[in-house]
Design a protein around this ligand. Structure first.
Ligand code: MN
Ligand code: MN
Length: 316
């Protein structure tokens, strides 16, 4: 697209310049824009380690390495079919979760209402609830494709409704997601009680737990997800702790027994034909990410998201 201004990494070294995601222009003008990368640097919903407020900055920093716009697996050039921007970060107030949710919902609504597909970077997983509130206002209840070691469907934590352990309880109760088409993928946490698992199922979510997935091919996992979602509009949320701590140590609540980055990329690629209207990657905590391996995985997943947005547009 001729009006897309992305820095050409064959002409200017990738370590040059101020870091935006994949060296896209930072721009709040959404005219003609297909997708917008946006940071949600809020971590007051964390119940254990904090630090994901630094996630968006770190992911942008390492994403310059991924600033090569042609995806050879999908056979698509991201900017041949799409116009994208780095929208910067949404507003939030550290420590004030409900005020922040209002600001996040308001800012994300601007993107959804402009017909843009947002690709957001958390922040802790609590931010997905206001994202889904904004999404539902535009698209109605969506199918939730939820990669995570955790259900995140506890009704309340410490007697309070909003933390990173509760977003998908509220999303279901508020009617933001169509749980009959929604699925958790990669769950392997120890539970507070069997009630946690029962509650998620009672809300209507399907679940592919890690111990089952480890005996399936990735192809079978892809098929299960695609059958569940069908032709519904969907929102894909990727908690980086879906990955094993060997691949993603920089996160708030790591759980052993997870998946490799290669497996995650393969799973995400397999969803390229679904009608996904929004994406996020959450829970990247740079203070625990000494080699940047976690942020690099997040940037790679986001590059796949942008590639599949372009892939879908190229097929229209
Ligand atoms: Mn989560
Ligand atoms: Mn998690």
């Amino acid at each position: 697209m001729e009006d897309q201004k992305v820095m050409d990494s064959l002409k200017s070294p990738r370590f040059n310049g101020i870091k935006t995601f994949m060296r896209m222009p930072e721009d709040k003008n959404l005219a003609g824009v297909d997708f917008a990368v946006v940071g949600i640097p809020f971590d007051s919903g964390a119940t254990y380690r904090v630090g994901t407020r630094f996630g968006p900055t770190q992911i942008r920093e390492v994403s310059c390495l991924a600033a090569k716009p042609y995806n050879p697996v999908l056979g698509v050039g991201i900017f041949d079919h799409c116009k994208g921007v780095d929208y910067g970060d949404v507003r939030n107030i550290p420590g004030y979760i409900e005020d922040s949710f209002s600001l996040i919902e308001e800012d994300m609504s601007v993107l959804f209402n402009a017909g843009v597909v947002p690709v957001a970077m958390g922040g802790d997983h609590s931010v997905t609830l206001p994202e889904l509130r904004a999404c539902a206002k535009k698209h109605g209840p969506v199918a939730l494709i939820h990669f995570d070691a955790h259900y995140d469907t506890i009704p309340e934590y410490f007697g309070k409704p909003y933390t990173h352990g509760t977003p998908f309880h509220h999303a279901a109760v508020e009617g933001l997601v169509d749980t009959a088409h929604s699925i958790h993928i990669g769950i392997r946490e120890g539970l507070y009680s069997p009630e946690d698992e029962r509650h998620s199922a009672e809300l209507g979510y399907a679940c592919l737990p890690a111990h089952v997935m480890h005996h399936m091919s990735m192809e079978e996992v892809i098929q299960t997800i695609c059958e569940r979602v069908g032709t519904k509009k969907a929102f894909l949320t990727f908690d980086i702790d879906f990955l094993d701590p060997a691949y993603a140590p920089g996160t708030g609540t790591p759980v052993p027994g997870g998946f490799s980055t290669a497996e995650a990329l393969e799973l995400v690629r397999g969803l390229k034909d679904l009608s996904i209207v929004g994406y996020d990657v959450v829970e990247v905590a740079p203070p625990y990410d000494t080699t940047q391996i976690t942020a690099i995985a997040a940037a790679g997943l986001m590059q796949e998201f942008l590639s599949q947005i372009a892939y879908r547009k190229s097929r229209k």
